[in-house]
Design a protein around this ligand. Structure first.
Ligand code: HPA
Length: 275
């Protein structure tokens, strides 16, 4: 925890020393989804901020960009998220979220790649997360956290902001991008699920399965950010179709669908009602 607290303090100081405007919004992109959201005004490798080593995973670039989609709205864009399956602690995983929150950001937009648990889904579908099941077995609020970060027992009944979901729905409609809503189950990974686990997750009420996102949302909610998270269904879950799972296929589908996400997020970042 000491490492994180010291690292955050240094990162906030560095942000200001660089003269970067403080962000209103944080964006974190998922596997193969490091889409182009406009020309970065500034950028730095993530390793420049983090008080711990960053390990690279294929399809996950690690860079912080400062975007300015409109003059009153600087955006901290973390291209490439940190996953707990890479060996990061929950506190390390949410570092960029806490940095954004301490710098004053009020909204968090995230994407992830997910497996669809319903045979009616098709790879390429975009699903707004309505709620989650945290089955990762970690929580970024464990331990002795600074009181000013937020409540010890934050409410998660509206973790995925209903107004932001409705805004995304209407922006998507205008752009001809179809969005549904669903419950995201986060598992530890990195092995993909067995068919029995996929059946179990469906029984538990999940529509999607992935290995990320929920730790960031928990930290973001504690610190008062409103969250909007978009899953790209890159594949159907193990056993939903009789095909072996392959990370390369997940990345291919992510690249193929990046354009839709790029258009949707670009429009949202410029929208009056986002913040
Ligand atoms: N399971 C878990 N994580 C994933 C999947 C999946 O099927 N697809 C993309 N991320």
């Amino acid at each position: 925890m000491k490492e994180i607290l010291g690292g955050l303090e240094r990162a906030v100081k560095k942000w200001d020393e660089l003269g970067w405007p403080r962000p209103e919004v944080v964006v974190v992109s998922g596997s193969g989804l490091a889409v182009d959201l406009g020309t970065a005004k500034h950028h730095l490798p993530l390793s420049e901020w983090l008080p711990f080593d960053v390990h690279e995973v294929p399809g996950h670039p690690h860079q912080t960009e400062l975007l300015v989609p409109r003059p009153d709205r600087p955006v901290l864009y973390q291209k490439g998220r940190l996953h707990s399956y890479q060996g990061y602690s929950a506190h390390q995983t949410v570092f960029a979220i806490r940095l954004g929150a301490l710098l004053g950001a009020r909204v968090l937009l995230m994407t992830n790649a997910a497996g669809g648990l319903d045979p009616a889904q098709t790879p390429g579908d975009l699903v707004l997360i309505r709620d989650h099941l945290n089955l990762i077995g970690l929580n970024p609020l464990r331990g002795d956290l600074p009181r000013e970060w937020g409540p010890r027992f934050p409410d998660l009944s509206r973790a995925y902001d209903p107004d932001l979901r409705s805004l995304a729905g209407s922006v998507g409609e205008k752009l001809g991008i179809e969005l549904s809503e669903g419950v995201y189950a986060a598992v530890a990974g990195p092995s993909y699920e067995t068919p029995a686990e996929v059946r179990m997750l469906g029984t538990l009420g999940a529509d999607l399965v992935g290995m990320s996102t929920v730790l960031e949302v928990i930290a973001a909610k504690q610190m008062g950010l409103r969250c909007l998270c978009l899953s790209l269904v890159t594949n159907l879950g193990s056993g939903v179709v009789d095909e072996p799972m392959d990370h390369e296929d997940v990345l291919k589908m992510s690249h193929a669908s990046a354009g839709k996400i790029e258009r949707l997020f670009t429009a949202l970042l410029a929208h009056d009602e986002l913040v």
